[in-house]
Design a protein. Structure first.
Ligand SMILES: Nc1ncnc2c1ncn2[C@@H]1O[C@H](COP(=O)(O)OP(=O)(O)OP(=O)(O)O)[C@@H](O)[C@H]1O
Ligand SMILES: [Mg+2]
Length: 504
């Protein structure tokens, strides 16, 4: 029982978990109450997702106690945790690409109608209702394959909500969502709270923590640090508890000398995806590509880099036209793309951290056709340090790193490639507050060295804080090209939600 005399829905005490020599959790505590939204914050690798996976029955704790409604529980499987009323939205989407949206939502628990048959109609109606509630239009019959990460995340959320669980755990559910979608998710979360459910919310975005949650627990290095009522704390205090020092969330922008255009995109069109995209990025310049999720920003980036084709237009790198649909040629010419879906597109999950970091510069590390392990390690070490990648060793398998640290590895890989033009899709998604300002500082430094940087970002403070110029996209078109002096939350949001005629 707690001070208010209420028995917590869920209580973990002194929980520890090690993976070989890596201690992921040491003496972690967490108490969740009915009718509350409880935030858990901490740096990348602090142990947040490990705690979630123990509650979900995916991992077994080494020590400690776990109670629900005051009674000890021990989940050996995820099915047992589900049966006890715990639903989880995992940090990495877990959808089956070949199954339909509906089949994914009902994975492992198809409702059975009369005569013991799976009731497909009932399933589809329920999924349509959930999509309505979440305010999105996703065809329940389409396969999960090819959905954007935002849509995949929405389906994860629908899946968790449809379980009608008493405890809903959300591990960075908003990382891939834009403002409107985040608001919808929050409305659903609040209504679940008001129904008396217990919610847990993990996020690196403090504005969200303060907007949604009533309580916050801070973790550091696998250990419990403190719990406070949101009303009694502040962002600087939380950051200090998380990192152990003061950090500015946004690194102040460094003015760089702007030179000649290094990336020139003219009239790029791909029917149904984007249309007449023209812009240039000059040496020393950071240009932001802003807009809502689904506006076509990542698609433009992929076409410019050559992973996807385009039908019309041209891409010129420092005066030399790039052949379309040819990422190898783009890379050779000095273009790098840090993709949005880093886990799928940027990381070799089964390879070591060192191999991943040096993946793009492999040819330069070979001597007589052999990659020397030493050269690989030296280079990897440099970047792992710069980005503060938290790993037991450089030989650790990338898949065992925390979500945010996997992101850092992919970032390191492309920075190590020493590009002249860097396209970076959501540079700080899932990255903790301390490293975030480090990534901003590095981008500023790279621009100072004469790189041209195109940054796609859904975070307005990042866009307004970092960019020399802001391009805004809406429904596949560029609706505004704003110099830094004219870029404000209002001008960017207006262009992001209106057509070019309305903006002009
Ligand atoms: N299966 C595993 N094998 C080995 N080490 C692991 C495994 N899972 C987690 N770890 C380690 O446990 C530590 C905590 O990781 P965890 O994923 O819980 O961090 P997190 O707080 O969720 O971070 P992030 O904000 O980056 O998502 C990390 O050092 C990670 O490398
Ligand atoms: Mg995590």
């Amino acid at each position: 029982m707690d001070a208010n005399g209420a028995v917590p829905v869920l209580e973990l005490k002194g929980v520890s978990k090690s993976f070989g020599a890596v201690v992921a959790l040491r003496n972690a505590d967490l108490t969740l109450h009915a009718g509350s939204i409880h935030a858990v914050v901490g740096e990348n690798g602090a142990g947040k997702s490990t705690l979630v996976k123990i509650m979900a029955g995916l991992y077994q704790r080494d020590t400690g106690t776990f109670e629900m409604d005051g009674k000890p529980v021990h989940f050996r499987t995820t099915a047992e945790a589900k049966a006890a009323g715990i639903a989880v939205i995992y940090q990495e989407p877990t959808l089956f690409p070949d199954l339909s949206v509906t089949e994914n939502v009902f994975m492992g628990r198809q409702p059975v109608g009369r005569f013991g048959r799976i009731d497909k109609g009932l399933m589809r109606t329920e999924v349509a209702g959930l999509m309505d509630r979440l305010g999105v239009r996703i065809d329940p019959d389409r396969p999960a394959d090819g959905l954007s990460i935002a849509d995949q995340q929405i389906i994860e959320i629908a899946k968790a909500i449809s379980l009608d669980a008493r405890v809903l755990i959300m591990d960075e559910p908003t990382a891939a969502l834009s403002g409107v979608e985040v608001e919808r998710l929050f409305a659903v979360a609040r209504s679940l709270r008001d129904e008396g459910r217990a919610l847990m919310f993990i996020s690196h975005r403090f504005d969200e923590v303060f907007a949604l949650c009533d309580t916050v627990t801070v973790m550091r290095d696998g250990a419990y640090i403190s719990t406070a009522a949101i009303a009694d704390t502040s962002v600087p205090e939380i950051v200090r508890l998380m990192v152990g020092r003061d950090v500015n969330e946004l690194f102040p922008k460094i003015e760089a000398e702007i030179g000649r255009p290094l990336l020139e995109v003219s009239g790029l069109s791909m029917p149904g995806v984007f249309r007449e995209i023209s812009f240039s990025v000059r040496s020393g310049e950071i240009v932001a590509l802003a807009g809502l999720v689904g506006a076509g920003r990542s698609e433009v980036a992929r076409a410019v880099f050559g992973v996807d084709p385009y039908e019309q237009g041209s891409v010129v790198l420092d005066g030399t036209p790039l052949p379309p649909h040819n990422p190898a040629a783009a890379m050779k010419a000095g273009l790098a793309l840090v993709p949005e879906d880093r886990r799928k597109q940027g990381l070799v999950i089964d390879a070591s951290v060192a191999t991943n970091i040096t993946d793009a510069i492999r040819p330069t590390l070979t001597r007589f056709g052999l990659i020397t392990a030493r050269a690989e390690n030296v280079e990897a070490q440099v970047w792992a340090r710069k980005l503060e990648v938290k790993t037991a060793s450089l030989d650790a398998v990338a898949g065992t790193l925390s979500g945010g640290n996997q992101q850092k590895v992919v970032l390191a890989k492309w920075l190590a490639a020493n590009p002249r033009v860097l396209i970076i899709d959501e540079p700080t998604r899932g990255i903790d507050v301390g490293t975030k300002s480090e990534v901003h500082r590095m981008m500023s430094e790279l621009a100072g060295m004469g790189l041209a940087i195109l940054m796609i970002s859904s975070e307005l403070p990042e866009v307004l804080g970092m960019a020399d110029r802001v391009l805004v996209m809406h429904e596949g078109r560029i609706t505004a090209d704003l110099p830094r002096s004219e870029a404000t939350p209002e001008t960017v949001m207006f262009a992001a939600t209106h057509t070019s005629e309305e903006v002009a």
